[in-house]
Write a protein that binds this ligand. Sequence first.
Ligand code: 13P
Length: 256
Amino acid sequence: MNKQLRKAVIAGNWKMNLLPAEAAALVEQLKPMAAGANCDVVLCAPFVDLQAAAAAAAGSNLKIGAQNCHWAASGAFTGEVSAQMLKEIGAEYVIVGHSERRTLFGDTNETVAKRTRAALDAGLTVILCVGEYLEQRQQNITVEVVRTQTKIGLAGVSADELSRIIIAYEPVWAIGTGLTATAAQANEVNKAIRDLLAELYGRDAADGAVIQYGGSMNAANAAELLAQPDVDGGLIGGASLKAADFAAIVRAASEG
Ligand code: 13P
C-alpha cells in the first residue's frame, strides 16, 4: 500500500566466495546492468575483497558492503574487523546477524545489537538479518521469534537512524536449500516486522523502512516475491555469484 514510499534494495551476499580479482571482475560485469536499475544494488563481499570491489565499483551505481563487523572501535580483538575499517576501505553497508553468523559463530541478539550500534556510529547502513528455524515455523512461533530478534537487534537505534537500517527476513530453512518461502509467507512476516517498527518508531518511519526477503531467491522466483506489498528487495546468496541471474533479479526489482 505504501510501497511507492520505498526504493527497493537488492543486495548480493557473496559469503566466503570469490578471490579479489574475481570479485572485481564480477563488479565489472554488473556495472552496465546497475546503470539502468531503478533500485539500489549492493554487493556484500568478503573482507579481503572489499578494496578491489570498491575500486571496480567506483563511479557506478553499485554499492559495496561487508558481511560482518566487530562492535568495538579498536583494541585487542585478534582476527576481528571494526566498522570504521570497513568504512575506510570503501564499504557503505554491512550485514549484521546473518543466520550463518548466529548458528556457526555464536552471534546472539545482544551481540547483533552491539554490531548494529557500531556500524551506525561508523556511518554505515546496516542490513540486519532475522529469521526462524524450521522447527520454530512448525511450532507457529515465527512472528514471535522474528519480532524478538528485530526488537533486540534495534535496541538503541533512534527513529532518525532507521533510514540507515534495512531488515532482511531470511527464514533459516530457506537459505541455500532451494526451498523458498512462498510469496505469501514472505509478505506475512515482512508485514509483521513493519508493524513492530510502527510500534517502536511510529507508522511513518515504518512505512519508509526497507524490509527485504532472502532465502533461495533466484531469477525465476524473484518477480513474485518482490511484487509483494511488504517485500522491498532481496538479500541474495547463491544467485548473486552469477551475473546473469543477479541482473535478472535486479530487473525484477526495478519493475516490481
Ligand atoms: P541463498 O540465496 O543462497 O539461499 O542465501 C541467502 C542468504 O543467506 C543471503 O544472505
